[in-house]
Design a protein around this ligand. Structure first.
Ligand code: PMP
Ligand code: GLU
Length: 405
């Protein structure tokens, strides 16, 4: 028994493209190839020492057992305090559920609420997992074009036009992966005005990149600007990005109690609870010294400027500076239709990504994986040296292309 053993639901989805791209990098490196890796979105800096110490202390205290499905009361209190401090949001600990990463919370929230016939509005470009997680629940992702004249952000008109009686969720991600777009208070107010008119629609607000905003901008939570929608908003966030804790697997959701209880019920039947040691460490992350977060954002700003300048030196690439997150999303329209030295036609962004990997050993992710072509996504959560080397290699690869006919 092979493929026939798999469910229709499973066969509908693909592996996470960013995870798959990183797995390919690991394989090529194991074979001895030198690869400059811009694939996976995870800070390369170590978890700050005070967070690691908190984990060690928790283990020494014996906090090594199952916790409640929704997380420890102490962590849920710390998250409530963090939401008040950073986001001006007023959630009680009972309105917060902790999971094994933000992705885990998103999966459980959608699985707890969606079924066949339901629709999920997913603005394009989107983070790779939103459509596939929706498909896993038998719901239908409805991809809606973000406005290229408006920095790849969803407009109120586009949202209004996409809502049907079957719409259950809208997923908004600010700061955005992959575009780096950061929604302003005014833009969020306009979207909230649409949602106010459609009482059956819930908003999943993915704020995992909240700390990564550049040039004096500030992350604003939709839940802050639209308190009247509080009972229909699930705020998703976590420790992965801001605190360099991707491998600890710690995320959370804050929302109406019926939804938090539903997610907790599902968690009690799947992962039981989040990792107890990661929870203890996360209390220190959210409540402790925030200086490492600010120091990291300053480092990332320099990396952003360096990669934007480097990529714009490559013939055929056009790379705007992202306002937030840690990805650039350059257009490769100038390379489409050109031929590689081996004769391969670069007719899609997937071919461009393959060409960069094959020709000069630079790994990126194709825009098609984010629902938008012809673009590439590059994570700049990597060293300045890697950025300099990778950009020089990309420029070299572009200069080797035969002119379009
Ligand atoms: N949302 C977005 C937009 C992401 O890019 C990621 C990256 N992994 C996540 C959620 C989930 O992160 P994690 O599960 O590590 O909390
Ligand atoms: N969110 C990260 C990324 O977009 C990690 C990989 C993933 O979760 O798919 O690269």
């Amino acid at each position: 028994m092979t493929q026939s053993a798999l469910s229709a639901r499973l066969l509908r989805i693909k592996p996470s493209p960013s995870m798959a791209a990183k797995a390919l990098v690991d394989k090529l490196r194991a074979e001895g190839r030198n690869i400059v890796d811009f694939t996976l979105g995870e800070p390369d800096l170590p978890t700050p020492p005070h967070i690691i110490e908190a984990a060690i202390a928790a283990m020494r205290r014996g906090e090594t057992r199952y916790t409640g499905a929704a997380g420890t009361p102490a962590l849920r209190r710390a998250i409530a305090a963090k939401l008040a401090r950073d986001n001006h949001l007023d959630y009680r600990p009972e309105e917060i559920v902790v999971g094994c990463g933000g992705k885990h919370i998103i999966y459980h929230a959608l699985a707890a609420t969606l079924g066949a016939g339901d629709e999920v509005i997913v603005p394009k470009p989107y983070w790779v997992s939103y459509p596939d997680i929706s498909l896993l629940t038998d719901a239908t992702p409805i991809e809606v074009n973000a406005d290229s004249a408006n920095g790849l952000k969803l407009t109120a008109d586009a949202l209004e036009a996409a809502i049907t009686p079957r719409t259950k969720w809208v997923i908004l991600n600010t700061p955005n992966n992959p575009s780096g777009a950061v929604y302003s208070r005014g833009e969020l107010l306009a979207l909230a005005a649409v949602l106010r008119r459609h009482e059956h629609v819930m908003l999943l607000s993915d704020e995992i990149y909240e700390h990564f905003v550049y040039d004096g901008g500030r992350h604003v939570s939709p839940a802050e600007v639209a308190p009247e929608l509080r009972d229909r908003i699930l705020v998703v966030n976590g420790a992965s990005k801001g605190y360099c804790m991707t491998g600890w697997r710690l995320g959370y959701g804050a929302g109406p109690k019926f939804l938090v209880d539903a997610i907790s019920k599902l968690v009690s039947q799947t992962t039981t609870c989040p990792n107890a040691i990661a929870q203890a460490a996360a209390i220190e992350a959210f409540a402790g010294d925030q200086a490492p977060v600010h120091a990291m954002v300053a480092i990332f700003k320099e990396r952003r400027d360096r990669i934007v300048a480097g990529l714009n030196r490559a013939e055929g690439l056009a790379c705007p500076a992202p306002c937030g997150a840690f990805y650039v999303f350059p257009s490769v329209a100038g390379l489409i239709g050109r031929r590689a030295p081996d004769g391969t036609l670069l007719d899609t962004d997937t071919e461009v990504a393959n060409y960069f990997l094959r020709e000069v050993g630079v790994a990126t992710v194709d825009g098609a994986s984010y629902g938008m072509s012809p673009y590439l996504r590059l994570s700049f959560a990597t060293s300045l040296n890697a950025i300099d080397e990778g950009c020089a290699l990309i420029a070299e690869a572009c200069s080797k292309l035969c002119p379009s006919r």
